[in-house]
Ligand binder design. Structure first.
Ligand code: MG
Length: 234
């Protein structure tokens, strides 16, 4: 039986990836003298992949990766003014207005009547805390967790701390590697709601073949799915 519902935040409750992609387009414009947009994107991805283990997920690490990529692609010729512009793009992302996905507040308010809700997000602690606060959604959640990595051990640790059996949790998120696979691994239910664009880190080759895996097009469909699973289990 489902006894708790946990949500991812970025690109599940509010828009994030569109901001990253728009920033990458601007970076490619700045570096247009030195490389094609495709090459800029590829090199940025390689830099991020190398750096994420050290800087973690989030805008600040992404900004440092943009600076590093700009210096490397330009062979050290990029101007201080352009570096300044890149840093300003990172700041602009952190200060961008919060945009919730459609139907999110209504769905959380509805589900909150029946289940404790949890928010489990990864990324930069300060940035995520700011976003949670400005989202106005904090009051819907019985617990809010910002973790460094979303792996089975992290989920087990979070649910243990809240005294919730991982096998009774339904996790809802846009990322197969971060929100779905590790939760199925600890015995829970998982609902994948794809976002309009997928970050290069969150791509996956195939869907998990698992009885507890579900996919929805919109969070609006979630209450009905929960009801259905409830009436067909136990
Ligand atoms: Mg996400």
């Amino acid at each position: 039986m489902i006894r708790a519902i946990a949500f991812d935040a970025d690109d599940t409750l509010w828009h994030t990836e569109t901001l990253f992609q728009a920033t990458q387009v601007r970076l490619a414009e700045i570096l247009g003298h030195y490389a094609s947009p495709d090459e800029v994107q590829r090199r940025l991805h390689d830099t991020e992949e190398r750096n994420v283990k050290v800087f973690g997920f989030g805008v600040k690490g992404f900004t440092l990766s943009m600076v590093e990529t700009a210096i490397e692609i330009s062979g050290g010729r990029i101007s201080a003014a352009d570096i300044h512009a890149v840093v300003g793009m990172g700041r602009g992302m952190l200060e961008a207005p919060m945009e919730l996905l459609d139907h999110v507040p209504q769905v959380l308010a509805q589900l909150q009547q029946r289940f404790p809700l949890y928010l489990v997000t990864k990324g930069d602690l300060l940035d995520q805390r700011n976003k949670i606060e400005t989202s106005g959604l904090a009051a819907h959640f019985a617990g809010i967790e910002v973790v460094a990595h979303k792996d089975p051990a992290a989920y087990r640790e979070v649910f243990d701390r809240h005294d919730v059996d991982p096998a009774s949790v339904m996790m809802v998120g846009n990322s197969i590697p971060s929100d779905i696979l590790p939760v199925l691994d600890v015995g829970g239910w998982a609902v994948h709601i794809p976002y309009v664009v997928t970050a290069s880190f969150e791509r996956h080759d195939s869907d998990p073949a698992h009885a507890r895996f579900n996919r929805l097009e919109s969070i609006r469909e979630l209450p009905a799915l929960v009801e259905w699973l409830h009436s067909h289990s136990g």
